[in-house]
Structures are given as C-alpha cells and as structure tokens.
Design a protein around this ligand. Structure first.
Ligand code: ZN
Length: 150
C-alpha cells in the first residue's frame, strides 16, 4: 500500500463517518413556539410557588428540616430543568448552572417579597422588576440587553 492510498482510505473513512454522524450535528433550527415557552414558564412559576409554600411550611414548623431540605432540593432541580429548557428554547443563548441557580433564587426571593439589592428596572415586555445587569427578564424571558440598546 502506498502512502497515497492509505491517505485516500483514511479520507474516505472520515467522510463516511462524517456522513453517518451528520444527523447528530445538524443544529435544530426549528423555532420553539411561543405557547411552548409560555407553558415552560407557567410550569416553572408553579414550582416556584410550591417552593414558596414549602418555605412557609418550614418557617411555621409544619415540615421537618430534613424533609424540607430534601423536598426543596428536588423542587429547585425541577425549576432549574424547566428554566434550562426555556432558555434553550430561546435563540442563541446558554446559561451556566450557577446563573440558573442564581436566577431561581432571585425569582423565589422576589415572590417572597424580599427584593434583592440593586437598582430595579421594570421589564419593558411584562413590567416585572428586573435587576440592573440582568440579561433576561426572570418572568417573561425578555432579552433586557437587546431592550436596553434599543
Ligand atoms: Zn418580562
């Protein structure tokens, strides 16, 4: 076998593998319908409301601390999953787990009436209070950075 024929074989092999793997690399371009996004937000809000209710139960001594911590952990995971699905349904963006956790905690703090420190700006889309520096509205997902430059 000559070097040339080996290289040709390798090249053909790579092309073949690339062809087989093609469906995995094609980026999903389909737009998630707005109704689907709103559905994700509604589910997330429901979980946040459940977390708020659980916090209240814990504060009033209705639920034991181990149970509270366990339940809250799973609820926060669920909310993070929904929020991540929602973020992924929006075009060209990704958030780190830390950012998502921070967003969820901020959302919980907000519905509990504990306003996070910092300057608050109403979301141009839905009017909910957003923190200065936030990239997206925690309530409706509006791109605040885009809105700020407009
Ligand atoms: Zn909003």
């Amino acid at each position: 076998m000559t070097i040339g024929s080996i290289l040709l074989s390798v090249a053909l092999f790579i092309i073949f593998i690339g062809y087989l793997a093609r469906p995995f690399f094609i980026k999903e371009q389909e737009d998630t319908p707005r109704s689907r996004r709103l559905d994700l937000l509604a589910q997330k809000d429901q979980i946040l409301a459940d977390i708020q209710a659980l916090d209240f139960e814990f504060e009033t001594g209705t639920v034991s601390e181990p149970e509270y911590r366990q339940q809250r952990y799973f609820m926060v995971q669920d909310a993070a999953l929904l929020l991540r699905k929602f973020e992924q349904s929006l075009p060209q963006k990704s958030m780190s787990d830390d950012e998502i956790d921070a967003k969820i905690e901020a959302a919980i703090a907000k519905i509990r009436g504990i306003e996070p420190t910092g300057i608050e700006i109403p979301c141009p889309e839905c009017g909910a209070a957003t923190k200065q520096g936030d990239k997206f509205c925690a309530t409706c997902g509006f791109n605040l950075q885009e809105g700020a430059t407009a």
